[in-house]
Design a protein around this ligand. Structure first.
Ligand SMILES: C[S@@+](CC[C@H](N)C(=O)[O-])C[C@H]1O[C@@H](n2cnc3c(N)ncnc32)[C@H](O)[C@@H]1O
Length: 247
């Protein structure tokens, strides 16, 4: 269970990444992007030492969360390529700081990572006293890795052990009951984000409760900014927090 790709897989993945870029930005910018990436990869392969690739979080916990997985390598449909972002794990220090600063009693809330990938944010969230922790991702392969990580992860400071992860497209996500923290770390584009916002708004109409949205690397925040159901309570270049109105 990993994303160790064969040469054939790597070529297929590169082809899908190129299709994705072309659909997003057109031919010229795809070529420009490809040339820059080639130079960057070459530089990295000449300068990086294997020991520098060992991730401290994974080393400590025996997990596999650090390695980036490009969108082309994910087990998702070609039609979803241009709407999805690659797997890249959150930096623990950044995540912990955001969670500490949230104006909530963690034990009253379920934490949901939309686009959880290999589940690092789920594991980090487990050191807070959330009532429950849920992760969803469009990729079943990433979810399988997340489930393995959840099974092997042990930390003396764990305060929530009720953690689940399942394969669900953010477009089809239906929020679970109870007070929620929805966490997004730049998972997808504005089209999918708009569908998610619609679904969350509809859910609030039938079940009004407290709901915070933490959006890290908020590249596609417009649907949340437009929503009349939410107000922004924190904003920086790194992350935005919204709270539902009237809860
Ligand atoms: C930047 S990673 C974030 C990983 C994790 N949340 C973290 O912070 O460590 C973005 C994730 O979003 C997932 N994703 C992309 N499109 C998605 C969609 N339509 N529905 C659910 N997940 C999606 C990707 O597979 C990827 O794992």
């Amino acid at each position: 269970m990993s994303f160790d790709l064969t040469t054939v897989d790597k070529i297929a993945s590169l082809r899908r990444d190129t299709i994705r870029k072309f659909r997003q930005v057109g031919l010229l910018r795809t070529l420009d992007h490809g040339a820059r990436k080639f130079v960057r990869d070459l530089k990295n392969s000449l300068t990086s030492h294997p020991a520098s690739r060992v991730d401290p979080f994974d080393l400590k916990h025996g997990t596999d969360t650090a390695r980036i997985v490009s969108v082309g390598a994910l087990d998702i449909r070609d039609n979803d390529l241009e709407h999805s972002n690659r797997y890249e794990a959150v930096v623990p220090l950044v995540f912990n700081r955001i969670m500490v600063e949230l104006p909530i009693r963690h034990q009253d809330f379920t934490f949901v990572d939309i686009g959880c990938g290999k589940g690092r944010a789920l594991l980090l969230a487990s050191t807070f006293a959330f009532r429950k922790i849920v992760g969803i991702d469009i990729s079943q392969q990433l979810i399988d890795i997340a489930l393995h990580n959840i099974a092997v992860y042990h930390d003396g400071v764990m305060r929530c052990r009720d953690i689940e992860a399942r394969c669900v497209d953010g477009r089809n996500f239906v929020p679970p009951p109870g007070d929620l923290v929805l966490y997004l770390n730049n998972p997808f584009d504005e089209q999918v984000m708009a569908a998610l916002v619609d679904s969350v708004e509809q859910s609030l109409q039938v079940d009004q409760r407290k709901l915070f949205v933490v959006y890290q690397r908020p590249m596609h925040r417009a649907p949340w900014d437009r929503s009349t159901a939410f107000r922004q309570v924190h904003s920086s270049t790194r992350y935005v927090v919204y709270e539902n109105i009237g809860s």
